[in-house]
Design a protein around this ligand. Structure first.
Ligand code: BTN
Length: 321
């Protein structure tokens, strides 16, 4: 039905099509027309509505340009096997299923929108159509399970560098792996893994980048804490260029990590951090910890020095700056 409604708008570019006309031509009720228009809005189509005139199609959601993406990809493994979808529940779920059917390291799942995008600590991830980069990357490093936080930090460094290079915005990393611009979140990372005998069998690195969302694309409750690259730089970014750049940065850092360990990644993370040498507050199973974020240790944990001079390690969770 949505396809047939869109055809009507395509036959009348820039013109208003009344609800009554749609209802008559497609033989559905006016309420059904309204519901379909709302569903199309959710899927990223923009309509203007005017009393007595009807609806006018203003814009369609951006669609992934797979040919351009692959043509400009300078990696050996990362993203070379690419699966692109329209609407999915979560790219993470799809990537897990692909691994089960033998997908190799570097396989990338991209979607236009997610209906159940997952965030860290059981949160939802807002993933409207055509505006963001919602992707999951398959990794199969043969490293101990307890090294996984290091991979999260590596991913944040790659993301930060690619955002700076491609979008030219001043992004920084909030521990462990949020990307902030002027204190607001533009990107998040969620690593999900499966282990065997204390070694990682595979990891799915889920990355969400709010690339071209406008303020209206955010629900009210997110507007004070989240932003997009387009809002911050005043122009859209090429999603394809950003994915290419991220995959290239990631592959270089990942190869460096597999060869030399976490030490060089840790230095790069520290250079991009907006957390270190600042007062922070966090909830731990032992209670609230407040203090100065001092450094990152070899495992990726944050060392915090409290007012009393006690050194504490924070291994997971969220911090408030
Ligand atoms: C966070 O900051 O809480 C992490 C957000 C991770 C979101 C991405 S979007 C692509 C991938 N699919 C998901 O369902 N989640 C991740």
């Amino acid at each position: 039905m949505n396809e047939r409604i869109l055809q009507l708008f395509e036959q009348n570019p820039d013109a208003y099509v009344s609800g009554e006309e749609i209802s008559r031509k497609l033989n559905v009720s006016r309420t059904a027309v309204w519901k379909h228009i709302e569903a199309l809005r959710q899927a990223g189509y923009k309509f203007e509505s005017a009393t007595r005139k009807g609806y006018r199609l203003l814009s369609k959601p951006d669609a992934w340009n797979v040919t351009a993406l692959l043509a400009g990809l300078r990696t050996k493994r990362m993203g070379q096997k690419l699966h692109v979808y329209g609407e999915v529940d979560s790219t993470q779920t799809i990537a897990h299923a692909l691994v089960a059917s033998g997908a190799p390291e570097g396989t990338l799942v991209l979607a236009e929108s997610q209906t159940s995008g997952r965030g860290r600590m059981g949160r939802k991830w807002h993933s409207p159509a055509g505006k963001g980069i919602w992707m999951s990357l398959v990794l199969t490093p043969r490293i101990p399970v307890y090294f996984m936080p290091q991979l999260t930090l590596l991913c944040a460094v790659a993301l930060c560098r690619s955002v700076q290079k491609t979008a030219h915005v001043d992004a920084g990393i909030k521990w462990p792996n949020d990307l902030l611009v002027k204190g607001k979140k533009i990107s998040g990372i969620l690593l999900e893994s499966s282990g065997e005998d204390e070694r990682l069998k595979y990891v799915i690195a889920g990355i969400g980048i709010s690339a071209n969302l406008s303020v209206d694309d955010y629900p009210e409750e997110l507007r004070s804490v989240a932003t997009s690259l387009a809002i911050e730089r005043g122009a859209d970014v090429s999603r394809e260029a950003l994915v290419q750049s991220f995959l290239q940065e990631f592959e270089e850092l990942y190869d460096l990590y597999l060869e030399k360990g976490f030490a060089p990644i840790r230095l790069l993370w520290e250079a991009q951090s907006v957390t270190l040498r600042r007062p922070i507050r966090t909830h731990t199973p032992q209670g609230i910890v407040e203090g100065m974020a001092e450094s990152l240790d070899d495992s990726g944990a944050l060392t915090v020095v409290t007012k009393e001079g006690e050194r504490m390690k924070i291994y997971s969770g969220d911090i408030e700056l």
